[in-house]
Design a protein around this ligand. Sequence first.
Ligand SMILES: [Zn+2]
Length: 648
Amino acid sequence: MESGELRTDITDILKKYWGYEDFRGIQLDIIESLLQGHDTLGLMPTGGGKSITFQVPALALQGVCIVITPLIALMKDQVHHLRQHGIPAAAIYSGMQHDDILRILENAILGSTKLLYVSPERLASELFQTKLRHMNVSFITVDEAHCISQWGYDFRPSYLTIADIRLIHPHVPVLALTATATPAVVDDICQHLTVPSPTSFDHQVKERSTSFRIFRQSFARPNIAYIVQHSPDKHADLVRLLSGIQGSAIVYVRSRRRTREIAQHLTEAAITATFYHAGLQPADRDQRQRDWQHDRVRVIVATNAFGMGIDKADVRIVVHYDIPDSPEAYFQEAGRAGRDGQPARAVLLYNAADRAKLQKRVADTFPPRDEVRQVYEHLAYYFQMAVGDGYGVAREFNIDDFCQRFRHFPIRVHAALQLLQQAGYIDYDGAADRQARIRFLVTRDDLYRLDTLTPDEDHVVIALLRNYGGLFADYTYVDESLIAREAGLTAPRTYDVLMALSQRHLIHFIPRKQVPYVRYLQRREDSQHVQLPPAIYEQRLQQYQQRIDAMLSYVTDNSRCRSQQLLAYFGETDSQPCGQCDVCLSEQDENSPADAKTLIINLLNDRKRHHITELLHLPVPQPTLHQALTGLIQEEHVVQEDGFLTLK
Ligand SMILES: [Zn+2]
């Protein structure tokens, strides 16, 4: 196929399914590299149109595209959207029934699936690997690729399995995507995802040469003004900030308890607010998110559990009440402001007490080794697990109950379990989603004879019967959002209907809930023998400390543009001052429109056409810029046409 032909092909696909005329940014570069069969790494900021880069080529190529992503909510959402557009897509993740997984894998082998989303934990399963051998795979997409790097801030051990998956189809290219990666993490992603060539089995060769083509779109977000605000009274400053600006807002705090307190405080100050954290019931969380998404409340006060897969374009301000523990996390969370390209602010409130709090987080995240061993031992008492037993055993884990019985602090137990997980002793998930279960309490005949069902109840019952067999015999896991869609109802309405049917004893409905669990991956050891190697303890501790230090430097270095500081952290050292952060503004107080005019003329001096947005890169506050440009146009020094500027 000629490349010209291919390009028409993908442009047609883009237009047909997404309605866009053309690709933007580095989308086309990534897609072309992939279509030529190269392993490709795309670094794109949030909102850069990442999903287009794998969804379009998945349709252009023969076979099924495997998409690996850790975000189950995002996975479900994308599959739903693709299907609505008539694109055959499916997802497999933990908590699904064996029969459903089997059916989906068989369909992929038969060739009736274009995109198959897989959560990383599923990759290691024998069933998946066996079926994968028989699939005609077009390419493998690794979303959130930074999760493969131990140097990354969000390392997921299950991502390391991706290398094994590659060995099954060594000639199938990989597309790795991330919106956050330091240069060290970029190297690491390429190393881990490269299939070893025969020569590199030589153990002398430590560094494999990688075949990756890397495309990078600047992470600069010219419409976001980053501001660090010294704030001895954060409550009062928060109210002032939110009162002084219109539109949607997110306030990030560390503790669940405080999300509620702050939301209440804002409400008392006549600012509509709700709160959100992972400890709320799923239906409650969904409701709060929707209230905010649809502007029924202005502000959502949340822990970092809020944000994955959130797609609200018109967030005007993101305030951090506490300091996040890495520039990566800060950049992602702050980056949820201004996705629509309109001016937005990212404000971090900082005071003297924060430094000590940050240092305490280091100790809490890496408790001493003996404490980790003690948690391991108490865990065995808790589950009554003898030395040598427990291989593969999974148990529900109530962290509060555990802490009460053995006098631990939840935050440190959580950290200890994370370390034990990374060392391969256990698998620990603090928030595994368990699906809702339903069983009919009446017979099928009785059900058909019932004439007291409301229309909504009727729709829900029909949706249940259509999608699930065996409901009359036993409890069956069901997907509440699927039922809602099929019944044509909202999720909360569906929930209410299911509760009502349950109260009338027509069905028994056990709502979806989050069940933390612990699974032993090895037989229980004597706790004296528990090993935490340096790669898991010292090295990660050191990296964590470095990220904390980087955040401290960000909030205290008032000599360098905030945007430049963040970009430099991600390896972009050639960026211009943003002209709108607190540092730039304080330096430019004396900047007059006359200076701004000189800067504009200097920019246009090359006699080329410049898009008006290029002015935003000049180190001048926007109002001054606007004033200077208006002056230049009135004085007829500069001509503006269709958003482009030229020197006259
Ligand atoms: Zn700046």
